[in-house]
Ligand binder design. Structure first.
Ligand SMILES: *Cc1c(COP(=O)(O)O)cnc(C)c1O
Length: 380
């Protein structure tokens, strides 16, 4: 089955007991057993739930993975990957990461004796230099958040695997419609399903997808032991979202491309970060490993911090909000919002400046979105 067919059907045969075409929301915490230990595969909903199982099978099919695990949030999914590591292990990670991932690494796991080195993974030689004997995991985001840096995933995986280091790719920005990291050599994919997979800004969730059965069993143990599992309503909402992922992403890519081009020619814009622009340093790699360039853009205004704030509060369609990936357009100011947990000196080193604005371009009519951004420029 091809992508859009899998999105609609994988993991979701009609309900055997009623014929319901949509997966029921199995709103139950426990399951009746015929005799102690004798049941139909479900005994308690932290361990397993049929609506969650449908979502896990669906997401695995979309990433071309053998195994899928769903979580209560993207951070819950990332946390569970780190549960695989031991005290003294070392992790190499990109230096332009989702702020919450950076916080999980530095504020939660560092104190349990894991060590982290953050490098510019868009330059593969930096990964090589950062690896040590204790390195167990390489954590990548491509395109990265919020600077839209593109890492050559196949090249990074080759470097890591030569040192017996496992590779995890946060594929939230690209989605499996645009990029499939497991096929490029990654060992794990993590998602915040809150974003494009859910697609309607009405649910928080996460997932891990992988092919290794032994590791999948260990992750399933942690999923149950730690307990950051999504409820059946939330699983159902993500399942509803993935059905339209392909058509939504096509429109996100179209609108994103148009707006990036328009911003690049705007006199009040100093720089546009969008992998679809030929001027983007990762454009060629992105063309090779992605089928489109997505709906995420960041750009730097020419002006003061106050002018940036005026810009982000003047638009009407682009709502000022954290998060991304919904059908509606959002904008935000990373330095004071999503990436406020990263120290200013660290931010500035990577190019995350005070004037940076991030757009999550929705699927509205693009002419309306351009007019709305023009309103922002007018208010500066
Ligand atoms: C939002 C996000 C996360 C965290 O996901 P939550 O669902 O908010 O916990 C991780 N990575 C990326 C790239 C994100 O955008």
């Amino acid at each position: 089955m091809r992508f859009n067919t899998r999105a609609i059907h994988a993991g979701q045969p009609p309900d055997p007991s009623t014929g319901a075409i949509m997966t029921p929301i199995y709103q139950t915490s426990t399951y009746v057993q015929e005799a102690p230990g004798k049941h139909k595969g479900y005994d308690y909903s932290r361990t397993a739930n049929p609506t969650r199982a449908a979502l896990e099978a669906n997401l695995a099919a979309l990433e071309g993975a053998a195994f899928g695990l769903a979580f209560a949030s993207g951070c819950g999914a990332a946390n569970t990957i780190l549960n695989l590591l031991q005290k003294g292990d070392h992790v190499v990670a990109g230096n332009d990461l989702y702020g919450g991932t950076y916080r999980l690494f530095t504020k939660v796991y560092a104190k349990f004796g894991l060590e982290f080195t953050f490098v510019d993974t868009t330059r593969p030689e930096r990964i090589e230099e950062a690896c040590r004997r204790e390195t167990r995991l390489l954590w990548l985001e491509s395109p990265s958040n919020p600077l839209l840096g593109v890492t050559d995933l196949a090249a990074a995986a080759r470097i890591a695997h030569a040192r017996d280091v496992r590779v995890c790719v946060d594929n939230t920005f690209a989605t499996p419609f645009l990029q499939q990291p497991l096929a490029l050599g990654a060992d794990f994919v993590v998602h915040s399903t809150t974003k494009y997979l859910g697609g309607h800004s009405d649910v928080v969730g996460g997932a891990i997808l992988l092919n290794d059965k032994e590791v999948a069993d260990r992750l399933r143990f942690f999923q149950n032991a730690v307990g950051a599992v999504p409820g059946p309503q939330d699983c159902w909402l993500v399942l509803r979202g993935t059905k339209t992922l392909g058509v939504r992403m096509e429109r996100h890519c179209q609108n994103g491309g148009r707006i990036a081009q328009w911003l690049a020619e705007h006199p009040r814009v100093a720089r546009v970060n969008y992998p679809g622009l030929p001027s983007h340093p990762g454009h060629e790699v992105a063309r090779r490993q992605m089928r489109g360039f997505g709906g995420m853009i960041s750009f730097e205004l020419k002006g003061t911090l106050e002018q940036s704030v005026r810009f982000v509060t003047a638009t009407r369609l682009f709502a000022l909000a954290e998060s991304l990936g919904g059908v509606e357009s959002l904008l935000e100011h990373p330095a004071s919002m999503t990436h406020a947990s990263i120290p200013r000196e660290e931010r500035l080193k990577t190019g995350l400046t005070d004037g940076l604005i991030r757009l999550s371009v929705g699927i509205e009519d693009v002419e309306d979105l351009v007019e709305d951004l023009e309103r922002g420029f007018g208010a500066m």
